[in-house]
Design a protein around this ligand. Structure first.
Ligand code: MG
Ligand code: ZN
Length: 161
């Protein structure tokens, strides 16, 4: 079985203060330490998998195409740094609009990812910036590291072996 670092997107990978619900490429920028931290973790043999709530789709603020375009951009800029994102899971629903089984703190996206890539939760971590991330990790049996939103991602490295 493999090990993975699951990573929340907004507030962890990218700055989420530039726009209400980031969805435009021009408002997408990586947070400090993201490139070096992800490179380091990849070098340790972790798969890198993004797990994100994108309830703005449900709310009609932007479309799935907008999200897919942004993710294409994100994976490209990381790839140029030698970082491979194995997969991106996102929930397009918002509980103010509709119910679903995937929105964090529900663990379904993490469980799907673990099944698809044969990941051992006991060797994996989830890095998030919200209580719903911590709960999703707990609900999936994965240790979660809660960071301050938009802080330097290198700070988590001392907690991952
Ligand atoms: Mg977040
Ligand atoms: Zn959902």
């Amino acid at each position: 079985m493999r090990k993975a670092i699951f990573i929340d997107r907004d507030g962890v990978i990218n700055d989420d203060t530039k726009e209400y619900y980031i969805h435009r490429i021009e408002n997408f920028s990586l947070n400090p330490g993201v490139v070096s931290a992800l490179k380091f973790l990849q070098g340790k043999g972790y798969l890198l998998i993004v797990v994100s709530n994108q309830g703005g789709i449900s709310k009609g603020l932007y479309s799935k195409e907008d999200v897919d375009r942004l993710h294409q951009y994100m994976t490209e800029i990381l790839e140029r740094e030698g970082i491979i994102i194995t997969d991106i899971f996102y929930c397009p629903h918002h509980d103010e609009v509709e119910n679903c089984l995937c929105r964090k703190p529900k663990p379904l996206m993490l469980q799907k990812a673990m099944a698809r890539y044969r990941i051992d939760p006991g060797q994996s971590f989830f890095i998030g910036d919200k209580q719903s991330d911590v709960e999703a990790g707990r609900n999936a049996g994965i240790r979660t590291i809660l960071i301050k939103p938009n802080s330097n991602l290198e700070k988590v490295l001392e907690r991952i072996n």
